[in-house]
Design a protein around this ligand. Structure first.
Ligand code: XIL
Length: 357
């Protein structure tokens, strides 16, 4: 036990020492703005605290043409315990997008993981719960009507292992599938111009989960829900099998709906074997970024909704703050290093898109 821990620490220290050096990327010269290479929106997840940093804001607006609020447009932020709303930070992100000529992508209206006290109090009240549900969606989607290009309307409805759907406060009070149909209907009522998405993760790494997700989409469409787009989060790790991403994106595109690669990042930490083969993992990571960029670019034009990275610089990544299995500082999942320098991952995306615009 002690020996294992000691070698772990030594390896981690060695990794920390080589962190930040990406000679391959440095030798490529000045980085072209990603958005200048892509005829589709290139998105990034942001927090208001980050937007306040001029270096961050400059790098962000140089490369990205779309923003997703990483957390501050979620129910957990907007809906206070007493049932009132707070829109200060979501409004600030919307304003930043407007001021910088960027598109706003909004997330998320209904998510199993967020069931704030204001709704918990209403559990079991039947019509009371249903009314509050509609009011929430009308108020929030209505506020950004005309500005939000799209909304993650229902997020992560499929069970973790892909067997069926999640049981949650929404399904318990409004019925399984029914809560989703209602969410899409209310969102459409609030903002008829927004493209309404269903969004989920592990759709590339768990084919069974993808199959359940696709059956759900089919049922919702059959019931006439105004579901207009498919979001595949794409939180992956560097050991994902090559080809899996391409297969998933192609299959999901089979509905003919717009596709949003909505939260892309590629973790090294979550891939087994990091301590022994970092160089190999970094190469796989860059190839996966390239594969995602290629697979998205290969979609029919009308289906390329947006390609979004879940954070700007490695140090901004949500993986660092994750409750279960937080990433150590040597996990470098994004396109820019802690100082904002483009990495090999950046060039993998840039190379895949060069000449497309
Ligand atoms: C995460 C954010 O990154 C965190 O900052 C926040 O605290 C919780 O949400 N799947 C999703 C995203 O759909 O909304 C999550 O974002 C990451 C996983």
């Amino acid at each position: 036990m002690r020996l294992a821990r000691r070698s772990f620490l030594a390896a981690a220290a060695a990794l920390a020492a080589c962190k930040g050096r990406d000679a391959g990327a440095q030798s490529r010269g000045p980085a072209p703005p990603l958005k200048s290479l892509a005829p589709w929106p290139v998105g990034c997840a942001v927090m208001t605290s980050e937007l306040a940093d001029p270096a961050y804001a400059q790098l962000l607006s140089r490369h990205f043409s779309q923003l997703t609020p990483e957390w501050e447009m979620k129910m957990e932020y907007i809906l206070k315990d007493d049932g009132t709303f707070r829109f200060d930070r979501p409004d600030a992100i919307a304003a930043f997008a407007r001021q910088h000529g960027m598109r706003l992508y909004a997330t998320t209206l209904i998510w199993y993981a967020q069931n704030p006290p204001a709704f918990q109090k209403l559990g079991g009240t039947g019509q009371g719960f249903a009314d509050a549900y509609r009011n929430y969606i009308l108020a929030v989607a209505g506020r950004y009507r005309g500005q939000a290009a799209g909304w993650d309307t229902v997020n992560e409805a499929v069970a973790e292992d892909g067997e069926g759907l999640r049981d949650c406060i929404w399904s318990r009070n409004l019925g399984q599938d029914d809560y989703m149909v209602r969410a899409f209907e209310h969102a459409q009522e609030a903002d008829p111009g927004a493209v309404l998405f269903i969004n989920d993760y592990n759709l590339e790494s768990l084919p069974r989960k993808r199959a359940t997700f696709m059956r759900l989409v089919e049922r919702l469409l059959k019931r006439g829900a105004p579901l207009k787009g498919i979001g595949t989060q794409t939180h992956i790790d560097a050991k994902l099998q090559p080809g899996a991403l391409t297969t998933a994106i192609r299959e999901l595109a089979g509905f003919g709906l717009p596709i949003h690669v909505s939260e892309l990042d590629v973790s090294l930490n979550r891939a087994a074997g990091l301590l022994t083969d970092r160089i190999d993992l970094e190469a796989r990571q860059a190839r996966l970024y390239g594969e995602a960029a290629e697979a998205f670019a290969a979609l029919p034009e009308r289906q390329r909704f947006a390609f979004t990275i879940w954070g700007l610089r490695d140090k901004d990544s949500w993986l660092r703050g994750e409750k279960e299995n937080p990433s150590p500082p040597w996990d470098t999942p994004l396109l820019f290093d802690d100082l904002g320098n483009p990495k090999t991952t950046f060039w993998a995306v840039a190379d895949a898109w060069r000449g497309r615009k």
